[in-house]
Design a protein around this ligand. Structure first.
Ligand code: ATP
Ligand code: MG
Length: 389
């Protein structure tokens, strides 16, 4: 009995026979997210609970970022057989409140000796008598005093909205092409929100892109890990590929050829990591390499679906997301990424397959890819353990 966090889950409700699988995954993910809080997490009667956290407010914010969590409340657990104590706790929770309120009881234990309308009326009256400065508004109250009668009785007045989505790892794996830009972290967030476990690949063109860009990408992966748990980030040396493209290929095609290398390498890594799809931050028509024709020519190379969660979003909409999930400030740091280093003056916007293939033919594609993969460095990023982030 005492203070704890009460956690509601969202869409898992819709799952029929598979529900235990999703709930187990969610419980595990919540545990991992709050591992350093020394708290206990358990599931009982359609709610998760957390108690014993070192810092209960920090713990609530961490739990609210776990995909699959719908909302979090700071609640008090009370014994069901001590109605007087429940009334006293209701008063305590309403202390300091002003304006209007209503009591909202929910009784999943139908054997409880009072039904919900009775609890609403009685507790409402109890509060009003002792706090005459308050008034009741059942439609738009300033405060909702919630009372849930379950295995125990739970009282609370706050509801912290959480991220929603599905528990990480319950919907397959995908490889995210993560740059230091604004778009790809948002794309990763949106796909991970649906329960897809992401691993990331970043193409690093040292010294054209310095260590600070690498740091920035690690920090972005760290931000994503706050929502989706530990992230494996593969850093691929990309300088040789970029310089060869720059030196040997027709200028108008260089960006597209570079994008095709990125896709080929990401697909090879995806296969290695048992990922079933690629994810990019592209949005149709945003830049020359994101026209319909260019996207078709990058997709054509990979033997798996390429998900582009931002495909129909405007830049401002993407920025709004980035601000909401906390990646915008990191992405906005002014370090160049590899795409801006060798930008052609007039990139082709309606590329044709045979022209691109011709422009690419001067390169020893396979050995460039093999060398790049050979040089990869894998970094494990976890926002909460801070080992590498
Ligand atoms: P972003 O803001 O995500 O960098 P962008 O609008 O700048 O996107 P591009 O630079 O054309 O677009 O890149 C398109 C996509 O290619 C990115 O969203 C990302 O998924 C991937 N990408 C680009 N550069 C890199 C990189 N250096 N490492 C890994 N992926 C990259
Ligand atoms: Mg970019």
């Amino acid at each position: 009995m005492g203070p704890l966090l009460l956690i509601r889950y969202g869409e898992i409700f819709l799952k029929g026979l598979n529900r235990p699988y999703f709930l187990k995954a969610l419980q595990q993910n919540i545990k991992l997210a709050i591992a350093d809080e020394g708290a206990r997490v358990w599931l009982s009667d359609s709610r998760f609970y957390i108690s014993g956290a070192a810092d209960i407010n920090a713990c609530a914010l961490k739990a609210a970022k776990v995909f699959g969590v719908h909302s979090v409340s700071h609640a008090f657990e009370m014994a069901k057989d001590d109605y007087q104590a429940i009334c006293d706790k209701a008063l305590e929770l309403m202390r300091g409140k002003t304006g209007t309120f209503k009591v909202q009881a929910r009784r999943s234990d139908k054997a409880f000796f009072k039904d919900s309308p009775q609890i609403n009326a009685e507790l409402g009256e109890h509060v009003l008598k002792r706090m005459p400065h308050l008034s009741v508004d059942v439609r738009h109250p300033d405060t909702i005093l919630s009372v849930e009668i379950r295995d125990h009785c739970y009282l609370y007045t706050d509801v912290i909205p959480a991220v929603g989505g599905m528990p990480s790892g319950t919907n397959g794996r995908a490889t995210l092409l993560l740059s230091g830009g604004i778009d790809s972290p948002v794309a990763g967030y949106l796909i991970a929100k649906r329960g897809v476990k992401i691993n990331c690949v970043y193409y690093h063109s040292y010294p054209f892109t310095g260590d600070r860009v690498r740091e920035k990408v690690i920090n972005l992966a760290g931000k994503l890990s706050e929502y989706s748990g530990e992230v494996q980030l593969s850093v691929i040396p990309f300088t040789r590929i970029q310089t060869q493209i720059h030196e040997k290929c027709a200028e108008a095609y260089t960006t597209l050829i570079m994008r095709r290398f990125m896709m080929r390498i990401a697909a090879a890594l995806a296969v290695k990591n048992n990922a079933q799809a690629l994810v990019t931050g592209e949005s149709i028509g945003q830049v020359a390499s994101q026209t319909m024709e260019a996207l078709v020519l990058t997709d054509a190379l990979v033997p798996m679906p390429v998900f582009r969660p931002l495909i129909g979003l405007d830049k401002q909409e993407i920025i709004n997301y980035a601000q909401k999930i906390g990646t915008f400030d990191i992405s906005s740091l002014p370090y160049q990424d590899c795409c801006t280093v060798f930008t052609p003056r007039h990139p082709v916007t309606h590329p044709q397959k045979d022209h691109v293939e011709l422009a690419e033919r001067v390169l020893d594609t396979q050995s460039l890819i093999d060398d790049a993969i050979e040089g990869l460095e894998v970094i494990t990023v976890n926002a909460y353990t801070k080992e590498d982030a």
